[in-house]
Design a binder for this molecule. Structure first.
Ligand code: MG
Length: 383
């Protein structure tokens, strides 16, 4: 392996797995994590889950799977440049969205609303729940038995109340500590990926135009630069030339600004990183401000666009209807999930039943949720 910095996540210093296992013969511990994620059922389902645009609306938009791949490759570049553990960063990024419901954030909000008095629903916690409990791959344990460092990275945020229930990975939220640098950079890789691919998808969907985007300083700067070098360039290639430069600037700035912070902090181990009073990975102030302007633009012009809002409203209705139907009458659930709901109810009453229903719904792909909705509500559809 390449030389890693002393503050990187080093295999030999891992806090280990919940169920002890012998070390892998040919791979590093974090490669093993990554491979388990890639082989998981939840990961495969990401291909049919919405990022912003509903999966069936077009084949060219990002799905959760292509989003996760873009995040992982951006993270690997950053990790490598900072001599951090590239394999761990990649594993965290590939797993970071496995807990997402169908229909993107609309689905998550709908399910949280249904679960409001029954323990709530949070995709971040759900990602951890999937790798810790729900995946069925091993004889010896439930879940994927990932390393502490990978689980720490997957749990990006959580409430104090939930942190108390989570054991080892919850502790940092109670002590207000940081995760390792590989986890910190994964959040930025996520943001860099989605801000930039949503520009591309937004233009492709006809929600925004290049002219509108020139009101965003980060875009305007590279728009001018590309036009100067290639005055006749237009269409898709113009967009990609600009977006490529934007990603490059954000990634480069993140590397340089983070390295400076790490040097000033003088951290010499991952535990010192965790105890450091503030995160060490981050943009410079100027780039952070430009990135913020881009986010505001996307929120107003893309995520709040009426076409996206219509999709969001439909998604909310579909998931709420599915939840109500299954929660009111668990006899409508497929047998396997009925058994889980019965066990949940025996253990934790209505909240236990609700959790089984939420797990079932959260695991659905967009198209499966639409099909289940039809099977339940359309008399002409086969059940
Ligand atoms: Mg993401």
């Amino acid at each position: 392996m390449r030389n890693l910095a002393p503050y990187a996540a080093l295999d030999g210093q891992s806090r280990g797995r919940r169920h002890p296992e012998s070390p892998p013969a040919y791979r590093s511990e974090y490669q093993r994590d990554r491979d388990r994620i890639v082989h998981s059922t939840a990961f495969r389902r990401l291909v049919y889950k919405t990022q912003v645009f509903v999966n069936h609306e077009g084949d060219l938009y990002r799905t959760r799977l292509t989003h996760s791949l873009e995040v992982a490759q951006i993270a690997r570049t950053i990790a490598r440049a900072l001599q951090l553990n590239e394999e761990l960063s990649e594993a965290i990024c590939l797993a970071h969205d496995v807990g997402h419901t169908p229909f993107g954030h609309a689905g998550q909000e709908a399910l949280h609303e249904c679960m409001r008095d029954l323990g709530g629903f949070e995709h971040n916690l759900q990602s951890l729940r999937i790798v810790d409990e729900l995946e069925e791959q091993y004889a010896e344990f439930a879940g994927l038995n990932l390393s502490f460092e990978c689980r720490e990275g997957i749990l990006k945020h959580c409430s104090v109340a939930n942190a108390r229930l989570l054991g080892d990975v919850g502790v940092r939220f109670l002590k207000r500590q940081q995760p390792g640098l590989e986890a910190q950079l994964a959040n930025f890789a996520d943001e860099i990926a989605y801000n930039n691919h949503d520009i591309d998808d937004g233009i492709r969907a006809g929600l925004i135009t290049i002219e509108q985007l020139t009101t965003v300083p980060l875009f305007a700067r590279f728009h001018a630069e590309v036009r100067e070098h290639y005055p006749d360039l237009g269409g898709r290639r113009l967009v990609y030339e600009i977006v490529r430069r934007m990603i490059n600037l954000l990634v480069s700035d993140l590397i340089v600004a983070s390295k400076a912070r790490i040097d000033v902090a003088g951290v010499a181990s991952i535990d010192q990183v965790r105890r450091h009073p503030a995160p060490l990975i981050g943009f410079s102030d100027a780039t952070c401000a430009m990135n913020q302007q881009l986010k505001v633009f996307l929120r107003q012009q893309v995520y709040k666009h009426y076409k996206v809002q219509r999709m969001t409203a439909k998604a909310r209705r579909v998931l709420a209807a599915l939840f109500d139907a299954f929660f009111e009458d668990p006899g409508l659930l497929p047998e396997e999930h009925q058994a889980v709901a019965d066990r949940g109810e025996a253990l934790a009453g209505k909240a236990g039943r609700a959790r089984a229903v939420a797990d079932y719904i959260a695991g659905m792909t967009d198209r499966y949720a639409i099909l289940e909705h039809r099977r339940l509500f359309d008399p002409a559809e086969r059940t």
